[in-house]
Structure formats: C-alpha cells, structure tokens
Design a protein around this ligand. Sequence first.
Ligand SMILES: Nc1ncnc2c1ncn2[C@@H]1O[C@H](COP(=O)(O)OP(=O)(O)O)[C@@H](O)[C@H]1O
Ligand SMILES: Cc1ncc(COP(=O)(O)O)c(N)n1
Length: 324
Amino acid sequence: MNPPVALTIAGTDSGGAAGTAADLATFAALGVHGACVITAVTAQDTTGVSDIHPVPLTAIEAQLDAVFDDLPVAAVKTGMLGTAAAVEAFAQRVVKLRVTHGPRSGSQPAIVVDPVLVATSGAVLGGEDVRRAYLDHLLPVATVLTPNLDEARALLGRDGTPSELAAELAAELAGRAAGAAGRRRVATKTVLSSATGGRVGLDTLAGARGSTSGDSGSTSGGPAVIVTGGDPEATGECTDWLAKPGETPVPLTHPAVATSNDHGTGCTYSSALAAHLAHGAPLREAAELAAAYVTRQLLVSSRWILGRGRGPIAHTSPTIEETA
Ligand SMILES: Nc1ncnc2c1ncn2[C@@H]1O[C@H](COP(=O)(O)OP(=O)(O)O)[C@@H](O)[C@H]1O
Ligand SMILES: Cc1ncc(COP(=O)(O)O)c(N)n1
C-alpha cells in the first residue's frame, strides 16, 4: 500500500535539529513519505545561525513544480520560506491547485504554515517583507497556521493572551480570506467564461473560493490557528490554543518536559501535524497527536548533552529505556 505523501518547504539546518532535518525525520517516523523543497541553506548549530544563503526563486519554483506535477501530495508543511517572493510563489500554487481541482475532488493538500520569522536563538529568518507576504498572500489560503506566541504577536502587531491572539488572528485571516476569495472568483469567472464560451463549472468556482471539505483543517471562513505554548522552563503543563473563525478557542493541554534541548521543537510539531492530516485525521485529533509526538521526543532528548547551546529535540526513535 502506498504511504501518504507530505511535502516540506523549508530551509536546512546544518546542525540537524530544525528545518528540513526535523521535517523529514518526523514524516518518516509517522509513516509518511516526505518530499522536500529547499528555500534556504543555513549555517547553524545549537548556539545560533551564522549564515543564511537563500536559494534562487527559480530553483524554488522548479522544485515546487517538480513535486506537484508528479506526486499525490496530501499535506504540505511550510517552514522557513526566507523571502517574500518565495512566500508568494507558493501561495500562487495553492490558489492554482484549488482552481484546477475544486474543493470536493479529495486531491487538495492540507496546507500547514509554520510562520517562521525568528529562530529560538534570536536569529531573524524572515524580515518585515516576509511578514507582510504571509499576511497578504499565504495565511489567508492556508488550512492551519502554527505560530508560537512571539510569531502570533508579530503577525497581529499587538499583544494579548494566547487564546486572545489565536481568536484575533483567526478572525483577521477570515476577513482577508473572504476578500481574496471574492477577487479570485471574479478573475476565475472571467478567465473560464472566455475559455469555455460562457460555461463555468460550479465546482471550479467553489474551488476558487479556497474552501475545503471535512475537518482536515480550515472551514470556508478561513484558516484555523494554533498558537503553540512552548516554554523552555516549563514544568507541569503546556497549552496550545486552537481557534477556528467564529468559534471559541479551545485549549489543548499536554504534559511539559523540563529540558533545554528544544531546538527544532516548532518544526517537529508542525511536521507531525501535517503528517497526521496526511493520514486523514481531523484537525483537533491531528493537533493532539502532534503534541503527544513532540512531548515524547522532548523526553527522549531531555538528558542528552549535544553541542554547546540549546540541544536538538530527538529525531531518533525512543528506546524503552529513554521513554521510561
Ligand atoms: N518543554 C515542553 N514540553 C512539552 N511540550 C512542549 C515543550 N516546549 C514546547 N512544547 C510543545 O511543542 C510544540 C511547539 O511549540 P513551541 O515550542 O511554542 O514552538 P516553537 O519552537 O516554534 O517556539 C507545542 O505543541 C508546544 O506545546
Ligand atoms: C532552517 C530553520 N528553520 C526553522 C528554524 C526555527 O526553529 P527553532 O525555533 O527551533 O529555532 C530554524 N532555526 N532553522
């Protein structure tokens, strides 16, 4: 039987903790075939990021087209996109997939966006132009986004509690999604009407609205938002807040692991979420399973001493001893 396919669009981490190293390891651990589009090469270790080399836009576009033209991608996870042009190039392809497949074809991938802007070490992985491109182009067409607290604050440009930020971000993006869908509907109708002599399929127009069926993630009102609640000093519990437009945010609580080996945690969480969505899990269940996976992996690496800084979250399979 074929495994589901998930695609990561992200940067490399030479230290093997975050970025594509985390994403592909997580996909493999969760029984998903992983494809990857590299957006940037970073020189990075447990102490920080010392160099960033963006991949040229044409090479990013060629990788995206190679994967989408060939593989049945069930879920996409985006990590460090690095430039506004890369954000826009991927957003354009999401819109194209929706227009060509329609919402009920079952062939639209779930789009998980981890809006990476700043690394745990403090390095800037996406500037103000990237933040704007996320808000204007990619987030409104996403299925679900997974900002941490700082990223949620940066995207909204204001502070608040995690549940407030999750609800406000979902409402803000629902508004943007509705506006973008209206503009696409007019553009698609014009293009298709001239191409078909006036006959336009209902499915095609519904697809241009960017709605998805079932509970793989977004409702027709815009993307779901999960504000993650990681806290390196945490003892006790961590709470992530899941918000869907127009609904009261739901707290998702799981045990906290006391560890400083947390480099790559956010990448691992969003990849695990994409992997479970690729398997067909509903969004809330996928979020709970992803948090359980991250918690287990943090436990495995909690006593490791690797590198001089914040060590990696484990990407190895735990032994019985490590999970005890
Ligand atoms: N110490 C921890 N123990 C258990 N879960 C954690 C811990 N730190 C983060 N998580 C979980 O990992 C996921 C990613 O969260 P977070 O650390 O906020 O992302 P990022 O690495 O982007 O800051 C969330 O589900 C969060 O609750
Ligand atoms: C290539 C790449 N992508 C993402 C992150 C963020 O991960 P973290 O928040 O754990 O530093 C990173 N450091 N490097």
